[in-house]
Design a binder for this molecule. Sequence first.
Ligand code: AMP
Length: 188
Amino acid sequence: MTRLIFLGPPGAGKGTQAKQLSHSCDVPHISTGDIFRAAVAQQTELGKKAQSYLNSGELVPDELTLGLVRERLAVEDTEQGWILDGFPRNVEQATFLDELLQEIEQPLDCVVNLEAHDEVVLSRLIQRGLVEGRSDDTEDTIRNRLDVYRKNTEPLIDFYRNRQKLVSVNSNQPIEKVAEDLLKVVEI
Ligand code: AMP
């Protein structure tokens, strides 16, 4: 059973590592960012509402985000576990998730905190902006996403440390080395 959360600043490698691990564990990789980007691309109702937040690097309001996660964790493919990437992103979301996981009787295994220095995340995000053309990987938006991370998401490190769920991985290293260290700490 694999039920993991990936935590860390934008550019720490959450998506890359979560995707790889989800393949090796054969559980779905659930990225709220991917879900929002797909909704924006398809211009669904959700996408229209979420678009401005994504473009500015702000968090999409919880009233649009929580229901979406509840629905996604109710899909059958999550029965053998899941890897959450980019959710929760604030204390309210983490509290909601705690309650939801109790309700659906799916206890969390652990929270992987990917630690990366500012210079490392900045250069990765700028590189990704050039390669993938992600509209929120521009300098102003990157700066705002880092501020939003520090203010809203970083407190979750203590939130999960207090619950004895936190493990940390040094993500300032090459992708392959991070993946190797990750496998050691999650003990899968
Ligand atoms: P990500 O791909 O995880 O970096 O997310 C890209 C953008 O999607 C973020 O900057 C937010 O605007 C939005 N987003 C993703 N996950 C969440 C979340 N859990 N809560 C609110 N907004 C989110």
